[in-house]
Design a protein around this ligand. Sequence first.
Ligand code: G3P
Ligand code: MG
Length: 372
Amino acid sequence: MLFGTSRALSGARSCHGWHWRFLSHARPQANPNHLLSLGFAFDIDGVLLHGANVLPEAKRALSILEGNNSLNRKIPYILMTNGGGVSEEDRSKQLTERLGFEITPSNFMQAHTILKSFAHKYANKPVLVLGGKRDVLRKVAKSYGLKHVYTTLDVKAWNPDVWPFHDLTPEERAAATPVDFSTTPISAIFVFHDPRNWALDVQVMIDIILSRGIIDRRRPVENAPPVELVFCNPDLQWRSEFSRPRLGQGAFREAFQGVFKALTGAPYPHVQYGKPTTPTYEFGEKMLRARIEELHGALSTGCEIQPRIYMVGDNPESDIAGANAAGWSSILVRTGVYDPADGLPTHKPTYEAENVEAAVKWAIDREIARVA
Ligand code: G3P
Ligand code: MG
């Protein structure tokens, strides 16, 4: 859609004028430069995928952004999930195969990606990492810069009595790193992804926190600082292959805090990352800005572009709440956690759409009409 009046032409030199340059008085036509500051952030589970299954409208939605649109132009996007459990490289490759469009660590972030920015603080200290399969996340944590990374399987291998109701499988034993935890003070616990063994993990977390680092000590280590506790995903529920939402990492956090409070009288202070938290949305906006600049080099006219970001998500608590707080536009789809039959969403989106394809089409039309 070409838009416009002379007003726009005279503004061509100011920061925000650059996308008016191509206006005419004719019926608004699609103007390829008009949408250079537009970008999308897509949630994954419940929007593009149900577990391993790709939603049919997902490929059509990405195809529109990959250039199959009235502007004949690529529109930048990132994938922003509260999921995790593997490296950004491995998950990007898997998503590229499944979605049929190139996804790389430069346009993909998961719940624990943000820890790359903080890992240096604990680089030389022993830490416990929870979640994911066996010791996959040990390698991911080390790739973020954490050098001394242990798992609850290591603890169980060190002393099986730490939790009597689980016997290590041969694969778990093979993934365990032998270490003497009676002399290895754990300084922080990072819950990267959904734990596989809630009971073992809750037990070990409580042991470490109440002893301030040394698992088998009944009394806290004198003068030891409190153990830092970090959760990467607050989702109570998420949508996978099963027809109804499943418990997420947020439910694990509630289980841990419930037991901790029952034992001590109060929940344990923790740091929360993941959608809807501000640090995660700031990280996402930075990534999308870089994509917009990467795709539309022309923008580097020394002007600070104000990206117009649309978040498409299925979870009002995380996707919509976070996008609204970040000043983005938010679109709630009906293919995941949110079900209109349950009543109004807890956080009001800019728009509600049947699925991700309808969401993308609505947003682009809205942007084109915006200056018609
Ligand atoms: O464990 C993942 C889940 O909590 C939600 O993932 O992609 O919907 O943010 P996503
Ligand atoms: Mg989701």
